[in-house]
Design a protein around this ligand. Structure first.
Ligand SMILES: C[S@@+](CC[C@H](N)C(=O)[O-])C[C@H]1O[C@@H](n2cnc3c(N)ncnc32)[C@H](O)[C@@H]1O
Length: 208
């Protein structure tokens, strides 16, 4: 692990970095424009980091999971009034769900940390646990042909080793769910950065 990666594993350093680049305002936009939560919805924040989304989703049944024990300890200490937190890998969601159906799965900044097969397995697993009108909201950095040099360099130097092109990103969603809305957003941070937002829903079963 590089020094930068080791520093960002610390929840307070990660938070300071996020504050500098303006991540907090992005959280509100994601919730208002793409999640639109209803009271009592089951919202699973997969790779929740320090659990900051929980505070903005206080009226829902929020579950946060992340495999970094320091982040989960921080979330439990500061946000346990707003939801429950579990330290586990994305490959082991069933235990945290405990039989609940998901109304919204949040994948904020995680797909680019996963290999294609880890990401596909996780998305298919979520698909099996989605309620009939449930959805997945994902946000990740992407490479696009016309993005600026700084955005491209920042995406290329991300801690996540699997930043993808839009086509590669779409190919992760081609089994149990389908993308019904997708947008490039370049206006969310104080630095030039290309986010790709996808909203996906369960694929309708074929009648055959
Ligand atoms: C860029 S951070 C995003 C955190 C949070 N969603 C946010 O938007 O602030 C990526 C997160 O993915 C988590 N993560 C990476 N690989 C994971 C895995 N295999 N299982 C669970 N969490 C993972 C990291 O610990 C980290 O908290």
């Amino acid at each position: 692990m590089s020094i930068r990666e080791r520093l960002l594993e610390n929840p307070n350093i990660f938070a300071f970095f996020n504050l500098l680049i303006g991540v907090k305002s992005r959280t509100k936009v994601i919730i208002n424009e793409y999640v639109s939560p209803k009271s009592g919805d089951v919202i699973v924040d997969i790779a929740c980091g320090r659990g900051e989304f929980s505070k903005e989703l206080a009226s829902t049944r929020y579950i946060g999971v992340d495999n970094n024990p320091s982040y989960i300890r921080y979330a439990e200490k500061h946000y346990s009034d707003f939801g429950s937190f579990h330290c586990c890998d994305v490959s082991d969601l069933s235990t945290s769900l405990n039989g609940k159906l998901i109304d919204t799965a949040l994948l904020i900044g995680v797909l680019h940390h996963l290999t294609n097969s880890q990401a596909r397995d996780m998305i298919n697993d979520i698909g099996r646990h989605l309620s009939d009108d449930g959805k997945i909201v994902s946000v990740d950095p992407v490479f696009t042909p016309d993005q600026g040099l700084v955005s491209r360099l920042l995406a290329a130097s991300d801690r996540g080793k699997y930043v993808r092109s839009i086509d590669e990103h779409h190919s992760l969603f081609d089994e149990s769910v389908e993308i019904c809305q997708s947008e490039i957003r370049e206006d969310w941070l104080r630095i030039p950065y290309t986010h790709y937002v996808c909203v996906s829903r369960k694929r309708a079963k074929s009648g055959i």
